[in-house]
Every structure is written in structure tokens, then in C-alpha cells.
Design a protein around this ligand. Structure first.
Ligand code: NAP
Length: 280
């Protein structure tokens, strides 16, 4: 029987590459995005339903799941890919942007999982792949929100894997390093206040690292292969590191204790801790 995957955020980047790969492997694909009316390529693929899903709009999640079931009769996998990076000094970030990062990267992912679960539970099978990041296992400066959200995705997925294992449903995390997508450009939500001079050296450094991390990262199609493996390997493996740079960085993280690793990151970003005024 042909299997069906529903993927969020297929308008670009990893989501699009994942939709193309599953389709090429003979799967039915529910390719969801915020603006399906603008899509011209995925709509031409066989066995592919392009439909609207904005993870901030609960009604659109329900409708997309319903449309997928109506068209293909079943759902076998969900890839929670939609997400973006909110970066910048916390002091310079409006609360609305803080909330939105968690709305999209965390609550939207949970809402989409909730929407497929009654179906997965009834059929006693299904795989949920949550796209995390190396940034869900280690943090860089000025990524309070993005890392906060991806660490949340890691924790919630680990717990959910226990819960859903009891009903035959597997939960997986894919942790890519840099990927050559719109992540560091169009999708980057960077907040800053140039008048707070204290943070500007870090702002410059972080912007200088984020660009190359994505521009020199893996091709989305390579990371999509890992997503496909996570869905289809039939194992209970929870975490899948992806991309040569990401695998290298996670290995370095594991090899160092906290103090050593954090000092290395400070060095890399040219940050020097000053003693607190209270202790001086
Ligand atoms: P991307 O090309 O910018 O794709 C992000 C996708 O998420 C777009 O399709 C975007 O849709 C969608 N999206 C944003 N907000 C949404 C919402 N409210 N509802 C539904 N879709 C929404 O970047 P990408 O690199 O492929 O990102 C995909 C995932 O990979 C993200 O979870 C990201 O955190 C993760 N990741 C990326 C990297 C990297 O270096 N690129 C590394 C590790 C992990 P629109 O076109 O409508 O904006």
C-alpha cells in the first residue's frame, strides 16, 4: 500500500526537498505551506496534494489533515519542519517576536502532532519527525529564542516518544547542522537596538557566523535523506544527526565538559565575561 506523509513548511528549503524526495520514492505527499496559491512546482508532481497549513492557524492545521485523509485515505508520517530563527539580544526583542518564535517552532509543531494523533492512534502506527537542529543540543550567543525553542523541541520529543511508543507511534528528531536554505536570509528574524552599544560586538560576530553556517552548509536534499531514513528505518532510534558540519559539532560538544565547551564558544565569538559589579 502506498504510504502518505504530511510535511509542514514545503514552500522552500528542507521542507520542499523532503516533499520532493518522498514523492520520488513513491510516497503520497501532503505538501503544506502558508501560501499554496504561489506554488508552481510541487503542484505539478503526481501523488502530491499542495494545501494550506499555517502552524499559527489551528483551523488550517485541521483542514490540511482532513484534506490529506480525504485525498489519500491514510496518513503514515508527519514531518514537522516549519520553523524559522528569531535571533538578537533579548533586551532588543519585543515580546511579540518572542511569543511568535515559540508559536511557530514549538506550539505549531505540537498542534500539528495533536491533529494527526487520533488517526495514528486508531491505526496503531505512524511516525512523527520533528526537525530540530544542532541548535537543539548546543547554543550560540544571541540565539536565546531559537535555541530555547529547539531545546524545547528536543525535550518534548523525547518525552512524547515514551508516550506514543505505547500506541505504536514513533517519534524522531532530526538535528541538522547548516543547510543552504532561506533560513539565514528571508526567514531570519533578527532583532537589534544599535543604541545598546554593549551588545553590538556580539551582534556583528553572530551575523558573521550565521550567514556562512547556512551558505556553506549541506544541500537540503542531503538532509532530506536523513528525514526519509528516520521515517522508514523501522527502528526506535530517537535522534538523527545530519550534515557533516553538524555531526562534527555535536561530536565536539559531547567530547568537552560544559566549562570547556562554553569557553570555546566565548572565544569563537570574541566574548569576554566581566566580573559582576557587585563582586568587584
Ligand atoms: P526556510 O527555507 O526558510 O524554510 C522554512 C519554512 O518554514 C518555509 O517553508 C516557511 O514558509 C515555513 N514557515 C515559517 N513560518 C511558518 C508558519 N507559521 N506556518 C507554516 N510554515 C511556516 O528554512 P529551512 O532551513 O528549510 O528550515 C526548515 C527547518 O529546518 C526549520 O525548522 C529550521 O529551524 C530547521 N533547520 C535549519 C537549518 C539551516 O541551517 N537552514 C539548520 C538546522 C535546522 P514561508 O515560505 O511561508 O515563510
Amino acid at each position: 500500500m502506498t504510504q502518505t506523509v504530511l510535511i509542514t513548511g514545503t514552500s522552500s528549503g528542507l521542507g520542499r526537498a523532503t516533499a520532493e524526495l518522498f514523492q520520488a520514492k513513491g510516497w503520497n505527499v501532503v505538501a503544506t505551506m502558508r501560501r499554496p496559491e504561489a506554488e508552481t512546482e510541487l503542484t505539478r508532481l503526481d501523488n502530491t496534494l499542495v494545501t494550506r497549513l499555517d502552524v499559527e492557524d489551528a483551523g488550517s492545521i485541521t483542514s490540511a489533515v482532513r484534506a490529506g485523509l480525504d485525498r489519500f485515505g491514510r496518513l503514515d508520517a508527519l514531518v514537522n519542519n516549519a520553523g524559522y530563527g528569531a535571533y538578537g539580544p533579548l533586551e532588543a526583542t519585543p515580546m511579540a517576536k518572542i511569543r511568535r518564535q515559540f508559536e511557530v517552532n514549538v506550539f505549531g509543531l505540537l498542534a500539528t502532532a495533536q491533529a494527526v494523533l487520533p488517526h495514528f492512534r486508531t491505526q496503531r502506527s505512524g511516525v512523527i519527525v520533528n526537525i530540530s537542529s544542532i541548535g537543539g543540543r548546543m547554543a550560540f550567543p544571541l540565539g536565546t529564542l531559537y535555541h530555547g525553542a529547539k531545546f524545547a523541541v528536543e525535550g518534548l520529543s523525547e518525552s512524547l516518544a515514551y508516550e506514543l511508543g505505547t500506541i505504536g507511534v514513533r517519534v524522531k528528531l532530526v538535528e541538522p547542522g547548516g543547510i543552504r536554505t532561506d533560513f539565514g536570509g528571508r526567514s531570519l528574524d533578527f532583532s537589534n537596538d544599535p543604541e545598546i552599544a554593549d551588545y553590538q560586538p556580539a551582534v556583528g560576530k553572530v551575523l558573521g557566523v550565521l550567514g556562512p553556517l547556512t551558505a556553506e552548509g549541506s544541500a537540503p536534499a542531503n538532509i532530506a535523506e536523513t528525514v526519509f531514513t528516520a521515517v522508514t528505518d523501522g527502528t526506535d532510534q530517537l535522534r538523527y544527526e545530519a550534515g557533516a558540519d553538524g555531526i562534527r559539532m555535536l561530536s565536539a560538544r559531547r567530547a568537552a565538559d560544559d566549562a570547556t565547551f562554553l569557553a570555546g564558544v566565548r572565544d569563537q565569538f570574541g566574548l569576554t565575561d566581566v566580573p559582576s559589579a557587585a563582586r568587584r
